[in-house]
Design a protein. Structure first.
Length: 441
């Protein structure tokens, strides 16, 4: 009882202390939610030449209210040249500071700025992305690249890449495309939603949700297979679809519609040697035991299933996804010649072997081992025969870096379009973000 009383008094004391601190905060910190540090650059950020000045500017804006405090903008520069520096600039609302840099080797610079108030306290605010609210710095994630067409993958593909995947894909033929489809509901836009499980020559089946227009005639509907980002939380039924037929699968083949405890236990079950799935270098050192192995085969089985649907028109088949979903989309387009378009963004696991190259800024990738060459998006992308579109490559994204995505872009031998975004990390995209397009026929 005494312990509970003590904890209650302690909690009230902390609350009172936090309230007092909030009251004593300078106006700058109270109004941080209204502040925006808007970044800009003097030209298309992926069209610089070596040693050409990259002129960044940062303007402090206030969406509402009056903020007259003095602030500092702290600019941190890193690059694929191994050079780092940090500079501090005084600023007030409505003012702009400029920062100029360059790079002497093909590659990217990561230039990000944040705002600090009195006592060098970073200003924070709430931002929304991927369906949730996050506490974030008043931040401007910028970047640029020079001579990026010269970027190539760091480690050559395995010599037996095609032979290996021909052997593995043959296993799909050993298991018939047999699916269980359970009608779950009609969604808010009138599409039929099915819970689907498809047999696969892997430890677990393909599972996901199929959305399809009702009463469609045979051979009349285009189709898209959507793939998801990293994680293994509950797969929700989407109230939208990207195509007339949309099959959205999870990467793992887990059961659908379970409670949160099931997915928490599932997540634990697919960890390896204390690493999250697909991240264990020991497991990844064998191309047959790597977590990606079964994931890739399930991707191909999902396509096979969609092509059995009588409503599919037999010609329009898109694959799409971002991050891990982008990786899976690249696999799909590389190994199924019926794919007619590949729509991707912020793609994960491109040029994983660049970890072996000094100075190249790292992505959040599994630790490089040679067997990962069989799964690297770059090696699969060379084999794609349909147009590819990158919806977004974040110039401030170091989960899936612009360098790694540029190598992927360069490896494609098909028409390709890309949107390179300033003001973009992996999940967070600033409201002022600007997209710059590149195209190659």
């Amino acid at each position: 009882m005494k312990k509970n009383i003590f904890l209650g008094i302690l909690s009230m004391g902390i609350l009172a202390q936090n309230q007092l601190a909030a009251e004593e905060q300078p106006l700058a910190l109270k109004n941080a939610q209204s502040l925006e540090l808007v970044g800009a650059i003097n030209k298309n950020p992926v069209e610089f030449a070596l040693n050409e000045p990259m002129e960044f500017s940062f303007t402090l804006e206030c969406k509402e209210g009056a903020v007259t405090n003095n602030f500092d903008v702290v600019v941190r520069r890193r690059g694929d040249d191994g050079i780092s520096e940090t500079k501090r600039f005084p600023i007030k609302v409505g003012e702009t500071i400029k920062y100029t840099t360059s790079i002497a080797v093909p590659g990217f610079v990561d230039v990000r700025a944040h705002v600090e108030g009195e006592g060098n306290i970073r200003l924070k605010k709430k931002v929304e992305y991927w369906g949730g609210k996050h506490t974030y710095d008043v931040l401007s994630p910028m970047g640029a690249g020079a001579a990026i067409s010269e970027l190539k993958q760091a480690v050559p593909e395995p010599a037996d890449f095609d032979e290996y995947w021909a052997k593995e894909k043959a296993k799909l033929g050993d298991v018939p495309v047999k699916a269980e489809m359970v009608l779950v509901k009609t969604n808010s836009v009138g599409k039929l939603v099915y819970e689907v499980k498809v047999d696969s020559p892997t430890e677990r089946p393909v599972t996901g949700y199929l959305l399809i227009e009702p009463n469609a005639k045979p051979g009349t509907l285009s189709a898209t297979v959507d793939f998801q980002g990293y994680g293994c939380g509950k797969q929700w039924i989407q109230e939208w679809q990207t195509d007339k037929i949309t099959f959205s699968i999870n990467a793992h083949g887990f059961d659908l519609g379970k409670d949160n405890q099931y997915y928490a236990e599932f997540n634990k079950s697919i960890m390896s040697n204390g690493h999250g799935y697909a991240m264990d270098p020991e497991q990844n050192s064998d191309r047959d035991t790597a977590y990606f192995h079964d994931m890739l085969l399930r991707v191909l089985r999902a396509l096979e299933f969609v092509k059995t649907l009588p409503e599919w028109d037999g010609k329009n088949l898109t694959v799409s996804g971002g991050s891990q979903g982008g990786l899976q989309s690249v696999w799909a387009a590389a190994h199924d010649s019926d794919v007619s378009k590949c729509r991707i963004g912020i793609v994960w696991c491109c040029d994983i072997g660049s970890q072996t190259v000094p100075n190249v800024l790292r992505s959040w990738h599994p630790q490089w081992v040679e067997a990962l060459g069989y799964y690297d998006a770059v090696n699969h992308a060379k084999r794609i025969n349909c147009p590819v579109e990158f919806d977004r490559i974040g110039l401030g994204d170091y989960t899936c870096s612009p360098h790694s995505n540029a190598v992927l872009y360069n490896s494609l031998n098909v028409p390709v379009k890309a949107k390179w975004a300033t003001g973009s990390e992996h999940g967070y995209v600033a409201p002022w973000a600007k997209y710059y397009e590149t195209n190659r026929e």
